[in-house]
Design a binder for this molecule. Structure first.
Ligand code: MLT
Length: 265
């Protein structure tokens, strides 16, 4: 498949260079960035992308590498030479693939609630179980099985509206998209060795209580990427941009205003 065969859907708002591209987690779409999109587009150009099959993008088999190529095609379409690329969890896997494959297009990198290592055998077997569940019962069954681990205690116990919003985004994703994505997640390469080659300003973000890609995974990436910084989002679990949107947005804003501005001057 060529990256141009299946153009990805996106929304683009705000002005300035470098633009910020945000890539969503599994199994969501670009609307999970609603809060950051609204707040940050008042200050910089922000592009939120629907990864293959999700939101308004067409479903087709993909890998994290092919998805990264499709993100580069979005930049081509918009005439953008270099961007700050950020992704949360699955979006982070694609952002790391973008860094490997399109380093010359990268002005900065944001890796949120993600990790660089590949799935081990038990994790691969879990992917296969989730795949079987989605095939048999659809996307809703998959998100219901994931939800307890996705959110931190505070959102899960005290703010049912967060789980409702997360579920609402997930259940509208097609079973085909979710199945393709599970294979892309299961078969993604180990990105660990590539981290040392990253030369752009990098921000690692992690929810304080992330149970899927925990703070230790974030710290392991920090130790490999020269000069990168870590932001821990208080009270949040895996979906830190939704669980504590203000702190997440503030961390990204601060990174753009300091590290990215300093690198450009
Ligand atoms: C995600 O949030 O995108 C997924 O939890 C990633 C994964 O399962 O590896």
């Amino acid at each position: 498949m060529n990256a141009t065969d299946f153009p990805l859907a996106f929304a683009d708002s705000g002005q300035g260079t470098p633009a910020l591209v945000l890539l969503h987690a599994f199994p969501f779409d670009r609307t999970m960035w609603q809060m950051q999109f609204a707040a940050l587009a008042a200050e910089v150009r922000v592009i939120v992308v629907d990864l293959p099959g999700f939101g308004e993008s067409k479903a087709a088999p993909f890998t994290v590498d092919s998805a990264a190529d499709q993100v580069a095609t979005v930049l081509d379409t918009l005439g953008i030479a270099r961007a700050v690329v950020g992704g949360l969890s699955m979006g982070g896997y694609v952002a790391m693939a973008f860094a490997r494959r399109h380093a010359d297009r990268l002005a900065g990198l944001i890796l949120a609630d993600t990790k660089s290592d590949a799935d081990d055998e038990p994790a691969r077997q879990n992917r296969d179980k989730t795949l079987a569940l989605v095939k048999e019962k659809g996307t809703a069954a998959a998100i219901d099985s994931m939800l307890p681990k996705l959110l931190g205690d505070d959102a899960r116990t005290n703010r049912p509206e967060v789980a409702d919003a997360v579920r609402r985004i997930a259940v509208r994703q097609s079973s085909a998209a979710v199945q393709h994505a599970i294979l892309a997640l299961r078969d993604r390469p180990d990105a660990t060795t590539g981290l040392t080659a990253i030369v752009v300003p990098t921000l690692i973000v992690v929810g304080e209580h992330d149970a899927i890609t925990p703070p230790a995974a974030a710290e392991a990436m920090v130790s490999r990427i020269p000069g990168c910084r870590l932001a821990t989002i208080p009270g949040a679990g895996h979906l830190s941009n939704l669980e504590n949107g203000e702190a997440f947005t503030a961390a990204v804003r601060d990174f753009l205003k300091t590290d990215i501005v300093n690198a450009a001057s």
